[in-house]
Design a protein around this ligand. Structure first.
Ligand code: FMN
Length: 158
């Protein structure tokens, strides 16, 4: 059976979406089906898909999730669905210049999903825009390693 990956994108100026598109191209093959979904208008029902989720989000304001992710994040926070069937990874984007809130967008989703019972696969990636490293290149490399961990996890008992 194909591994299904759904990349949920929170973005303000499109960088996270660009990363998601790179990941989709890099990971999609005969064994793995990948879709990219912007977080606009999402609610908890997205987690009823038989998919592994990759949260790909930047950070704005004072460590907030981007505007297109806010309603989804707040909905999960107040509705508190049981996500114990969900497995996910986090590719976060931020900028270390914002030292106090570096990569808080990804961190907020990570903490909330864990609180709701979901299981993270792999470490949360924290891209730093001030590093000069292109996020879409890192996303490509990071996601290949992440997919390897996903497949390893799926081979284990639930
Ligand atoms: C107004 C503004 C506020 C930001 N606030 C933060 C922040 O609090 N923490 C952080 O790590 N990055 C912060 N960033 C950096 C962005 O998250 C980073 O540039 C990211 O790559 C943008 O991705 P996007 O185009 O997908 O939104 C901020 C950027 C801007 C322009």
């Amino acid at each position: 059976m194909k591994t299904q990956i759904s990349i949920l994108v929170g973005t303000m100026t499109g960088t996270a979406q660009l990363c998601a598109q790179e990941v989709e191209l890099a990971l999609g093959d005969d064994d793995t089906q990948v879709e990219t979904v912007l977080m606009d208008g999402l609610d908890a029902s997205v987690f009823s898909k038989k998919s592994i989720f990759l949260i790909c989000t930047s950070t704005y304001g004072q460590g907030d999730v981007p505007d297109n992710a806010r309603a989804f994040y707040e909905h999960l926070k107040s509705a508190r669905p049981n996500l114990s069937h969900v497995r996910y990874g986090v590719f976060g984007l931020g900028d270390r210049t914002y030292a106090e809130t570096f990569n808080f967008g990804g961190k907020r989703f990570d903490e909330l999903l864990t609180e709701l019972g979901a299981e993270r696969i792999g470490e949360r990636h924290m891209h730093d825009a001030s590093s000069g490293i292109l996020p879409e290149e890192t996303a490509l490399e990071w996601s290949q390693e992440w997919l390897r961990k996903v497949k390893e996890r799926l081979a284990q008992p639930a």
